[in-house]
Structure formats: C-alpha cells, structure tokens
Design a protein around this ligand. Structure first.
Ligand code: NAD
Length: 484
C-alpha cells in the first residue's frame, strides 16, 4: 500500500505528568507508533516532565516498560524502540513551585513547534499555564493540550476556560475528546458529507430515531472514589456522547475547517431540549457472588451516583424535530461495545408480502470493538423459491478495497497529537462547546440532586435496568443488542 503519512514539522512535545497513567497507557505508546510510521522527524523530542526525581535514562526505562505493557504489535520492534527512546528526555518540575522550570526553559529550542500536554489533574492547569508564561517557555505559537474532566459543571468549566485564557488564546488550546480522533468517527463525516446518497435522507422525514450506546464491561474499580463524584452523565454523556450527537446531527459546515465544524456542533448542543425526568433512567450495578457492587467499589454505601444512564433526547430544529436520540452508557454491561445507529423509517407501503417493518435500513457506526460502518439493506434471498427478503450489512469501511491494515490505522490519541503538531483544531472542542454542553447537563444533574434521585439497581453483565428497555418499548422501539 502507498504510504499516506503526512510529514509534520520538527517539534518539542512536553508531557506534564509524563510519568502518569495516561502518558504511559496512551500518549507514549501512541507517539511510538507515529515514530515507526515516520511521522516524528529525527530531531523532534518528547520531554517528560513530572514531580519524580529521575534522569533521562530512568525515564527511557519507564517508557520502555510502558510500551511493553500497553503497546500493540509494535512493541517487538526493538530497533525502532531504541531509536525512539533516544529522542526522549526528562525534566523534574513542580507545577505549583519553582523547581525545574529554568531547566525546562534551557531545554527548549527556538524555531520548532512547541506543544505542552497537560496530562495532570485539572487543578494544576492554571499553575502550569502561568509558569509556562512567566518563564518565557510558551510563546504565542505554542499549543497546549488538555482533556477531561473539563470542569464538573458550567461554573467550573467557565473558570477553567478563563484560567487558560489568561495565558493562551483559543487557537492555542486543544481540548481532547478522544472519541473525535477515532477513524470511524471521521469516516462518518466522510460518508455523510462526501456522498450525495445520505444527505437528502438525513432528517426527520426519513430517520425514525438515532441510538448511541457506549457500553463497558469494566466497573469503576480502582477509580471508584473519583468516579463517585462524577457519574456516567458527567463522565461520558456531557463529553463523549454529546460529541457523537453533534457529528450525527450537525448541519453540513461550509468547509471542513476547525471553526466551521465547531460552529455547527455548537448549534446542535444549543438546540438540545431539556430532558424531562421520565425520559431518563439511571442505574447502579449490583454485587455478584464474586464481585463487589458499585457502592462497594466507590466505598460509599449511600452513593446515589449512576454507573449507567439511558435517556431520550430531542433536538429542536427543522432537521430533527420529533426524532428521538436515545443515548445510553454504562459500566459492567454485557459486552464492551460502542455504536451509533441511524435507524431509518419503514417503507410505508411494501409491494412484497410479509412484515415490512421487519426490514429497515440502519446505518451502523461501530466505534469499538471492530471499528466500522455498515448499512443494513434489504435484498432478495438468493436462490429459487419466490421473493423472500433478507437484510444484509453493506460494509462501508472497505478495508480490503483500500488495502487497509488495521494495525496501520492510527489510534485516536496518536492522530490527535499529530493534529496538535500540525496546528489543526478541527477535531478538538472549543471552549464555548464545552460550556454549552455543561449548560445542558447542569439542570438535569441539579434536579437529581434536589430530589435525591436513587439509581435503579442492575445486574452486572446485563443491559442495564429494566426501565431502560421501557424507554423505547413504550414508543414501539427497541434497543439494538449490545454485543462484542
Ligand atoms: P496520574 O495520577 O497517573 O498521573 C499524574 C501525573 O502528574 C504524574 O506524572 C505526576 O508526577 C504528575 N504530577 C502530579 N502533581 C504534580 C505537580 N505538582 N507538578 C508536576 N507534576 C505533577 O494521572 P493520570 O491518570 O495520568 O491522569 C492525568 C490527567 O488526565 C487527569 O486530569 C485525568 O483526569 C486525565 N485523564 C486520564 C485518563 C487515563 O486513562 N488515565 C483518561 C482521560 C483523562
């Protein structure tokens, strides 16, 4: 296959929190894959910056171990790994003190792209931004990368945006939602806006409803204390599911360019209706014989936090009026599976015998596992014996046709980091989007808190509380299966 790697300029990427979980699990293995793909120019550097006292060699060893633990096939490429590690450095810095900042300043080079990944608790963002500015390390071409949680309510998000805005302008701030970096999510935009076929059908005349499911099999385990202050609504819906809703529902932007895309997403968020209580089902997983309950995991016997949520939303605009968007996400579900399904309306009248409603066009966008897009179409079952109809999936990913090797498709983090280096903000959230999303989320959460809403219990390994099925059943619809 012809290489489609687009070169980037030489860069210095500083990872604050370079010894932490996110850096070891995602950022560094991702950078290594981009290195192998030839996207890290030989004189580019990755500089880990954290509190631990260590030298370059200790840090390289830490990264070697991280790649061995969290990397994919590429981890056996030892020659490349040694070369990659040679481009790594480490500086001990204290985000809240003065230690290490002049060392970092001395390391930085002029005339290369400077990017700073804030892979630390958001409470440190302000301190980092201020020191980068005061020590002259960040200039007006530098970029900073931040990610969730971007506040836990509208006030918090506003405060965070203001803090960052004191030292960086919006064009320098890259707010990551890794869902936007997924290959399939971008393919969704290509399918929608690159074909004449879909756009005429993409509205309330032809779409019956949309379903978005993000199901995980893991519980809140080790991060129970953190999660308990958050819950599925804050942790998943306000950001990831909301971004997916935006991409499905937005109007075609004038061009595929950062602000044009983000303007359209913002309009969707602002058009989301408030959701009445009877359109929301919250759940908490129970214990099994061998595994603890949510409350035990969270170490909070009176916790009212939801580890599952299902909801029915509506978007008040001409395109989507009356089309339900059903969202659901949860922990300890039957399978790890994320999917967006655009379910089209029935034919209305069929010239064939049988149950017409059984045959529906469904565009399914699978984010995990087995990323891909397929369109369910109805055809004639092959062979003699009359006109029997059968539904088959039409694969729109064309992996084989494009000679695509799954291992070569960059994962979300590596793609997004390269976009930061390129200075392309299209797949990053703008500050006003984040605030608008909280403005929609806050009243829903406040209402639960005011009435001490108790989540329904559900069995681990299930599809969530029974009531979530009812959310669709009472409207004559059903959730799609959650399957791996
Ligand atoms: P972590 O606790 O594993 O690592 C924190 C890092 O920050 C360490 O390298 C530590 O040395 C450094 N640090 C802490 N205090 C510091 C200080 N005063 N000065 C300099 N460095 C300091 O955390 P994590 O899981 O890597 O998460 C980092 C951020 O990314 C958090 O905001 C988290 O919410 C977010 N995040 C993490 C994940 C994930 O998968 N781990 C996913 C999404 C978002």
């Amino acid at each position: 296959m012809v290489s489609r790697v687009i070169p980037v300029d030489t860069f210095d990427l500083v990872i604050f929190g370079g010894t932490g979980d996110l850096a070891r699990r995602k950022i560094l293995p991702g950078l290594f894959r981009r290195f192998i793909a030839g996207q890290m120019p030989g004189d580019s550097r990755v500089i880990g910056a954290a509190r631990s006292d260590m030298g370059d060699d200790d840090y390289r060893q830490l990264v070697r171990e991280a790649i061995s633990e969290f990397g994919g096939q590429e981890k056996s490429d030892t020659a490349n790994l040694d070369a990659f590690l040679g481009q790594l450095h480490y500086v001990q810095v204290d985000a809240t003190g003065d230690g290490g900042w002049s060392d970092l300043s001395d390391l930085m080079r002029p005339d290369v792209v400077r990017a700073f990944y804030f892979s630390v608790a958001p409470s440190l963002f302000g301190a980092l931004a201020e020191r980068l500015h005061n020590h002259g390390i960040a200039d007006r071409h530098s970029r900073i990368v931040v990610e969730k949680p971007l506040g836990r309510d509208l006030d918090g998000a506003r405060a965070l945006n203001q803090t960052l805005a004191e030292h960086f302008h919006e064009g320098q701030i890259y707010r990551i939602d890794h869902y936007l970096g997924k290959e399939t999510v971008q393919n969704l935009m290509a399918v929608r806006f690159g074909n004449v076929l879909f756009e005429p059908l993409w509205n309330n005349h032809y779409v019956d409803h949309i379903q978005i499911t993000v199901a995980e099999t893991v519980g809140v385990g080790g991060r129970g204390a953190y999660y308990d202050k958050s819950g599925a609504m804050r942790d998943m819906v306000q950001n990831h599911l909301m971004q997916l809703v935006c991409l499905i529902a937005m109007e075609p932007p004038g061009q595929f360019e950062a602000d044009a895309v983000r303007d359209e997403k913002l309009k969707v968020i602002r058009a989301l209706q408030s959701v009445p209580a009877h359109h929301i089902v919250r759940g908490q997983y129970e214990a099994t014989e061998t595994e603890p309950s949510y409350r035990e995991d969270a170490d909070n016997p009176r916790s009212f936090t939801e580890s599952f949520i299902a909801m029915r939303c509506e978007i008040a605009n001409w395109r989507w009026a009356g089309v339900p968007f059903y969202l659901r996400t949860g922990k300890k579900m039957r399978a790890r599976s994320s999917e967006i399904a655009v379910v089209f309306k029935d034919l209305g009248h069929s010239i064939f015998e049988g149950d017409v409603a059984r045959h529906r066009n469904i565009l399914s966008i699978r984010l995990q596992p087995n990323e891909g897009i397929d369109l369910q179409v109805t055809i004639k079952e092959p062979g003699p014996g009359g006109m029997r109809l059968v539904d088959v999936p039409l694969d729109l990913t064309f992996a084989e046709a494009l000679g695509e090797d799954a291992e070569e498709v960059p994962d979300a983090y590596e793609r997004l980091i390269m976009d930061v280096i390129r200075g392309n903000q299209t797949l990053f959230m703008r500050g006003d989007e984040v605030e608008a999303a909280w403005a929609w989320t806050d009243p829903i959460i406040n209402a639960w808190e005011e009435r001490s809403d108790v989540p329904k219990l559900y069995e681990p390994g299930s599809t969530g509380p029974e009531d979530s099925q009812m959310l669709l059943h009472r409207e004559g619809r059903r959730w799609r299966d959650i399957k791996a």
